[in-house]
Design a protein around this ligand. Structure first.
Ligand SMILES: [Zn+2]
Length: 74
C-alpha cells in the first residue's frame, strides 16, 4: 500500500467513512501495490458522524386519526 495527498479532481466518496469528498479538496489516495488499478480515497480528517438532533421549536403533538370513528347509538 502506498498513499499520497492530492487535490480531488472529481467528487469522490471516502472509503473510510463513506462521506463525500468534494471536488477541489485535499484528500488521501491509497494505491494497492499488488493491484495497481485498485485506488482508495480518504478524507485527510474524516468528519465526525452526524447525530440526530431534535429541534426544540417543534413541539410533539399527538397523532390524530385521519378519520373520525363512528359512534354507536345503541
Ligand atoms: Zn472520510
Amino acid at each position: 500500500m502506498s498513499d499520497h495527498i492530492t487535490v480531488a479532481k472529481h467528487n469522490h466518496f471516502c472509503d473510510f467513512c463513506g462521506g463525500l469528498i468534494p471536488k477541489g479538496t485535499k484528500c488521501r489516495i491509497i494505491h494497492d501495490d499488488f493491484m495497481p488499478k485498485l485506488v482508495y480515497f480518504e478524507h485527510l480528517h474524516c468528519p465526525p458522524p452526524k447525530t440526530a438532533v431534535v429541534s426544540p421549536s417543534t413541539p410533539k403533538q399527538p397523532i390524530k386519526p385521519k378519520f373520525t370513528p363512528a359512534f354507536c347509538a345503541c
